[in-house]
Design a protein around this ligand. Sequence first.
Ligand code: G4P
Length: 557
Amino acid sequence: MDESRAFFYGPSVDRRVSTEYPDRMTELTSQIHSRLTFAIISHPDAGKTTITEKLLLFGGAIHIAGAVKSGKGAKAAVSDFMKMEKERGISISTSVMGFEYGGRKINLLDTPGHADFSEDTYRGLSAVDSALMVIDSVKGVEERTRQLCVVCRMRSTPIATFVNKLDREGKDPVELLDEIERELAVEVRPVSWPVGQGKLFRGVYNLVDGKLYLFRAGQDQLPVDVVEIDGVNDPRLDEAVGASLARRLREDVEMLSGVYPPFDRADYLAGKATPVFFGSALNNFGVRELLDALVSIAPYPTPKEAEERQVAPEEAKFTGFVFKIHANMNPKHRDRIAFLRVVSGRFERNTLYYHVRSDRSFRAANPTAFMSQDREIIDEAWPGDIIGLHDTGAFKIGDTLTEGESVNFKGIPSFAPQIFRTIVNADPQKEKQYHKGLNQLAEEGVVQIFSKLHQPNARVIGVVGQLQLEVLQSRLENEYGAACRYEPIDLSIAHWITADDKKALRDFVDANSRRVLVDIRENFVFVSDSEWSLDRTRQNNPAIRFYSTSEMIDRRA
Ligand code: G4P
C-alpha cells in the first residue's frame, strides 16, 4: 500500500514481515500478523462479485476486469466452479481466493449468496476472522444480509460495511446508517461520506484522513483523483464539487460528528461497531480505499473455540479444522478437496498429523493454497490460511487435525433441515455409483443424509433449501453417472437430541423409533410433523434436550 494514502485508524497494525527469525515463535507471530482472512456477506445482487473482482485486481490475482464474471448473466470463472452455478448465475459453493496486498496475505472466502445454501455460508463464516458487508444503496438492508449478520453477531465477528452503487439514485445515506443500526443491531461509524448521489455523485470525503476522493462516471481506472483539502471549510472543496454540494457536505459532517463517536478499532474488533464506507464497485470507486482500510484495521487470525478449550493462533502446535469438502473442482481430475482452516501453529507438508475423529494419523503429500484460479502446492501454512487437502474419503466437515491433542472445534454446525425426502436409486444398474456419490456428496455437506432407525437401509435426505435437492440430483448424474428420485415424507421439523442420562435417551429413542433418524455422525435426530407435537413430546420428556443445530451435541457423548 502507498503509505501516504494509508489511513490512520488509531493503533496501527504491525505489518512488518521480518526476514530473519531468531526462533520459531517469532516467525509464527510474524506470520500471524501478516494474515487477513475474511468473507464478503451480502444479499444477492448487492455487488459482491463486482467487489471481489476489484479486490483481486488490486491484489494482482487477476489482471483483467471481467475475469470473475464472464459476460452478461454468466457469473463464473474465478469464484464459481460448478456447471450449475454458471447455469443459474448464482454462487453456490464457498471458494477461496488468496492474494497479497499492503504487506498482508489476504484470504478471501467467497460464500454463496443464495439462501438455499445457508449452511455452506455459515460454515464458511466459521473459517474467517472478519466479514465485509456489502449493502446496495438503493435497496438498503435486505433479508439475506440480516440473516448473515445474525451469525456474525453470534460469534462477535468484526464487520466492515461498504455501501455500494452510489452512482445510482439510492436511499439517503443518513437513512441507510439508521437502517443498518436498527435492523442489524450494530453501531455504525461512518469513515467516508458521499458527496452527492446518483447523477450528482461527485465522490467521497474521508472523515478520517480528511481527503476528498473525486468520482468520474464510467471510469474503471486508477488512480482516483484525490483532492488534498484542509477540512470541509477549505474553499478548494467548493471548487471541486460546487457550492451547493460543498454546503451540504459541511452540514452532514457537522451532524455526523455530533451523532457518531469517532471510529475506534477496539469496538470494531469486538464486533460492536462497523466502520462504513461508501462507493461504487462497478466504477471501481472507493474499493481501493476500502482495501487500504481493511489491511490496516481488520483483525489478525483470532482464537477459535473448541469443545475442550479455546485455541489461540500463537500456540506453537498446529491445529486446524475442515469446514468444507468439495469434489471435482477440476473436472479433468476426479479429486476431492477438504478445505482446512489453520487455527494455530505451523502446518507442514509431509508431516504426520492426528486426525481426531478417526483416531488415526494423516499426512498431506500435496497440500494446496488457493491463489485465485490456481491451486499451488505449498510446503507450509500458518494461522489464518486456508489450505486444500487432497481427500480420498478420510474427511468429514468439522474434522480436526492436530499434533496429537484431541480437540474438536465448534461453530461448524449442521442446521436442522426443513425439507425431507426419501431418496431412491432410480437406476439399479448404477447401485455402486449411486451409493458412492450419495455418501461423498453428503460428506461435502451438499445435503444431510439420515438413516431410519426402524428401516436402516432407507435413506432420508434433509435440506435447508429446495435448490440443494436439485444440486444433489444434477451432481449425482454429472459426476457419478447415477440417478435418483425423491419421494415425499411427512416430516418437517428436526431436532438433534441428547440427554445426560444415557438410559433415558435410549428409552426415548426406543419408544419413538419411527420418529428418530440417525445422522452421518451417528447422532440421534428427532423429527416431528408439527410444532404442536414437538411441544408435547418435549413436555413429556423433560430429560431429553432438543437442539436445532448439531453444534450443541457433545460428540464425545
Ligand atoms: P452479487 O455478486 O452480490 O450478486 O452482485 P454483482 O456483483 O453480480 O452485481 C449485481 C449487479 O449490480 C450487476 O449488474 C452489477 O454490474 C451491478 N453493480 C455492481 N456494483 C455496482 C455499482 O457500483 N453501480 C451500479 N450502478 N451497478 C453495480 P447486472 O446487470 O446484474 O449484471 P451485468 O449485466 O452488469 O453483468
